[in-house]
Write a protein that binds this ligand. Structure first.
Ligand code: URA
Length: 237
């Protein structure tokens, strides 16, 4: 059983607030009776809006290997390609969180608002791992400082893990693996910029236990129900 306004919003018909308006206006019926705000329904109830039957939406969950030059949004006023454009579906899906225009790698998309909110809530500590290619040679001392925390937006961001993978004196670059759990705007780039390191390339390689596997740039796959439940479980600890 769930509240009628949530049932309608979950169908993808409109927002929860709009659903409340429709119920208040007497435009919604449940099993032929005019509905009231807050009433509870179950899946086999017949919910109609202005006489038209509403079907609860099936939830979809995708893992995409985001290419460079694609924005993380459902639409773009400048007409640029979005991550949603890369996925063939007739559902109203959207990305869970954001990767920058020039960041590549693992991003999840869904039409399940409750799940998206769980994954994005900073208090749930969902861990994301990135590989950053930096301009310049980073020292162990700076890595240590980053591990101790970097103040961004008056808040100390303490990464879960920071590891120098390698450096190349010839090209004057360093590769660093960094795991964070907050997801502030441009968090990884700003962490390195705080020590005057410019991030040349950034790729998200892991989202908790999920990896890109064999997915090439622009390719995607469904998440399994087990994977979705496993992610949900992590938020209950
Ligand atoms: N941190 C960044 O700076 N950019 C991203 O795209 C993701 C994390």
């Amino acid at each position: 059983m769930e509240r009628l306004q949530k049932y309608i919003a979950d169908s993808g018909y409109c927002s929860r607030r709009k659903a409340e308006e429709l119920i208040q206006n007497g435009q919604v019926t449940v099993n032929g009776q005019v509905a009231t705000i807050g009433m509870k329904v179950e899946n086999n109830d017949s919910v109609k809006i202005n006489g038209k039957l509403i079907k609860k939406d099936i939830k979809e969950y995708y893992l995409l290997n985001k290419p460079r030059g694609v924005i993380c949004s459902s639409s773009d006023e400048k007409g640029r390609k979005t991550v949603v454009d890369l996925i063939k579906t007739n559902k109203r899906i959207y990305p869970i969180g954001r990767l920058d225009y020039d960041t590549t790698g693992l991003i999840l998309l869904t039409n399940d608002g409750d799940f998206a909110n769980l994954m994005m809530s900073p208090k749930n500590n969902i861990k994301k791992t990135y590989i950053a290619k930096l301009e310049g040679i980073i020292t162990g001392e700076i890595i240590k400082k980053i591990k101790n925390g970097v103040v961004l937006d008056n808040h100390k961001c303490v990464p879960d893990r920071v590891k120098l993978k390698r450096y190349d004196v010839k090209t004057n670059t360093s590769l660093v693996e960094i795991t964070i759990h907050e997801g502030r705007n441009h968090e990884v780039k700003r962490i390195f910029e705080a020590f005057n390191f410019n991030v040349l390339k950034l790729k998200r390689e892991r989202y908790e236990f999920l990896t890109l596997g064999k997915l090439k740039s622009g390719e995607y796959r469904f998440l399994s129900l087990e994977e979705v439940n496993e992610l949900k479980k992590l938020t209950k600890k």
